[in-house]
Design a protein around this ligand. Structure first.
Ligand SMILES: [Zn+2]
Length: 207
């Protein structure tokens, strides 16, 4: 692609670095910005610079936060005895969008992966153990991806917390809504049967 302007070329190459953005989309976005007035483009770029330089991670749960403690950890409406362990901030956003969970979180920032050289000390497990040892946390819900790395991490955490008076549970791993049994893989179907729940609970969760 030949650009008539070095400035445009530079902007396009920056946009292209974003995930899921190819050269054509990058050019479309740059040309769109060029059509906007200067003030709104300044507002756009300023919001990105401010976000990057001012955002921090919650001291308690490692979620993104504007302050030392994130809004979830600070909220008195949340159940502080429940901690949901997730791999990334994207998982917090996904679970929050369900409006079904009212406890706190713990963002690991990754999962244990011996193949990629990621050990337990590279993820936020130690701080989880500290949180669980102060007596406030009664239940830790494992909400990690159903992969070998996810399972390895759950196993490691459960060993680490086993001497503490905390109940460890895991999110259900079953058939997705609208799915068909005959197309579900054996492991998922087997787990769904092994971890079946009373029909009354099923009705409650469907509400
Ligand atoms: Zn927090």
């Amino acid at each position: 692609m030949n650009f008539p302007s070095k400035l445009i070329e530079q902007a396009v190459s920056e946009f292209e670095k974003l995930p899921g953005i190819g050269k054509k989309t990058a050019l479309r976005l740059v040309l769109h910005l060029l059509k906007q007035d200067k003030e709104s483009v300044e507002l756009f770029s300023d919001s990105i610079v401010r976000m990057r330089s001012l955002i921090r991670f919650c001291r308690n749960c490692h979620n993104i936060s504007d302050n030392e403690l994130c809004s979830i950890c600070e909220s008195l409406k949340r159940n502080h005895s429940l901690v949901c362990v997730v791999e990334s901030i994207r998982d917090v956003i996904a679970i929050e969008s369900t409006n079904q969970y009212h406890g706190l979180y713990h963002v690991l920032g990754g999962v244990i992966s011996p193949l990629e050289g990621i050990g337990p000390e590279e993820v936020n497990i130690e701080s989880l153990a500290v949180r669980c040892s102060n007596g406030d946390v009664k239940e830790v819900i494992m909400a990690l991806n159903p992969t070998i790395e996810g399972d390895t991490t759950i196993f490691y955490i459960s060993k680490k917390l086993q001497s503490l008076p905390v109940k460890i549970t895991s999110i259900a791993r079953g058939i997705s809504f609208g799915g068909e049994l005959e197309y579900v893989d054996d492991i998922t179907l087997g787990r769904s049967i092994a971890t079946r729940m009373p029909y009354e609970n099923y009705l409650v969760h469907r509400e």
